[in-house]
Design a protein around this ligand. Structure first.
Ligand code: PLP
Length: 379
């Protein structure tokens, strides 16, 4: 079976070393970046930054977008701007890239883990509700953890590999407990749920444009929101809280240098213009994989009803941890890059003390899920 899968991947990607996901650049990228260099506006001020924000708002349907230096900083800043403090806790899923949990800690808060759904690999509304019903109480209009006494100040669900989770249900549960939601949509640019772009369901949503994502500008991020005050605050905090003035440098808060540079924004604008083509190309590949794996009787992750995924990273489900490890060994030793899903965050040393509800689905997925080559294929 491993042999069959390897030759299928080779037939799709050729004879050379096959990475998991590579960026794709053309003439437009070069032209925009060159234009930014020629203008000398390569740093935190420049027309591409604003243009990128407008395009992100247009694409996602959010009222406001703030260009950021990366996805981790986007999450960190969104949490801080929403009022998350070191006295608080933030609920997230253990099955995520470590940056999600790091950002909660950067805000000084304590992460709490609830389970994911086995089909979406994203936060389970049922597990979230069960935890909140059993373990929390409302005090002074806010949700508090009965065990620690701390306020639960935010909830951060994550759309794994671009597959939309049941975000409307997560939002409904959080509304009942008055917990604001920040969607970690780092992996789900171009993914929709019930016709709405991921990242626009919660109070804020964050994106990443790191080198391995669907589109990239080297390093970059964005926060979207419909809340005007929050948008203004986030932009202010991302730019050292400088009070706008033609020559004076006066700042009114301890803040951050988290703004996306114009040089990166130039690349980001060019990549955004190509997103639609990338998404079509990736969907074709995913459909091809899907047909192949259904014939092989190997599990292949697909979007749930009502969801439209960007198919950032394709994922297969092997029988157990032993088969998973054997497959990783087989493919990687043959120059086909495959990668296991993340080690659960609650098992990492720095988060091992965090409170966690039962996590059977996350553990089941951890043993079985492997990403296979998923780059855009042109030419
Ligand atoms: C990539 C990613 C991030 C972090 O983005 P950076 O731009 O690398 O800081 C955060 N969360 C998830 C789920 C990611 O995949």
């Amino acid at each position: 079976m491993f042999e069959k899968i390897s030759s299928k991947i080779r037939s799709l990607f050729g004879d050379a070393y096959i990475p998991l996901h590579t960026p794709h650049f053309g003439e437009k990228e070069k032209a925009y970046v060159l234009d930014a260099i020629d203008s000398t506006f390569v740093s935190s001020v420049g027309p591409y930054v604003q243009s990128f924000e407008e395009r992100m708002a247009l694409l996602t349907g959010a009222r406001y977008a703030v260009a950021m230096v990366n996805g981790t900083a986007s999450l960190h800043l969104a949490l801080v701007a929403m009022g998350v403090t070191p006295a608080d806790e933030v609920i997230t899923q253990p099955l995520t890239f470590v940056a999600t949990v790091n950002a909660i800690r950067h805000a000084g808060a304590q992460p709490v883990f609830v389970d994911v759904d086995p089909d979406t690999m994203g936060m389970s509304p049922a597990s979230l509700e069960e935890f909140l019903d059993a373990q929390t109480e409302m005090r002074e209009g806010a949700c508090h953890n009965k065990t620690t006494g701390k306020r639960i100040a935010a909830c951060v669900p994550m759309h794994t590999f671009g597959f939309p989770l049941r975000i409307d249900e997560v939002i409904a549960v959080c509304e009942r407990f008055r917990i604001p939601v920040v969607e970690d949509a780092a992996e789900s640019l171009g993914s929709y749920y019930k016709g709405r772009h991921t990242g626009t369901f919660g109070l804020a949503g964050t994106f990443s444009f790191n080198g391995n994502k669907t589109i990239t500008c080297g390093g970059g991020g964005a926060i979207v929101t419909n809340d005007r005050n929050l948008a203004v605050k986030m932009k202010h905090l991302s730019t050292t809280a400088k009070i706008p003035h033609p020559w004076q440098f006066v700042h009114d808060e301890v803040a951050y240098n988290y703004r996306m540079p114009n040089l990166n924004a130039a690349l980001a604008c060019a990549q955004l213009e190509r997103l639609e083509g990338f998404l079509e190309n990736k969907r074709e590949l995913a459909e091809e994989y899907r047909r192949f794996f259904s014939g092989l009787d190997v599990g292949f992750v697909w979007e749930i009803e009502g969801a439209k995924a960007n198919h950032w990273l394709n994922a297969i489900l092997l029988k157990d941890a032993a088969e998973k490890n054997a497959f990783l060994e087989y493919t990687n030793s043959r120059d086909i890059m495959t990668r296991p899903i993340w080690r659960l965050a609650n098992k990492l040393t720095m988060f091992s003390e965090c409170q966690a509800s039962g996590l059977p689905n996350a553990e089941w997925l951890e043993d079985r899920v492997v990403n296979i080559p998923s780059s855009v294929r042109y030419g």
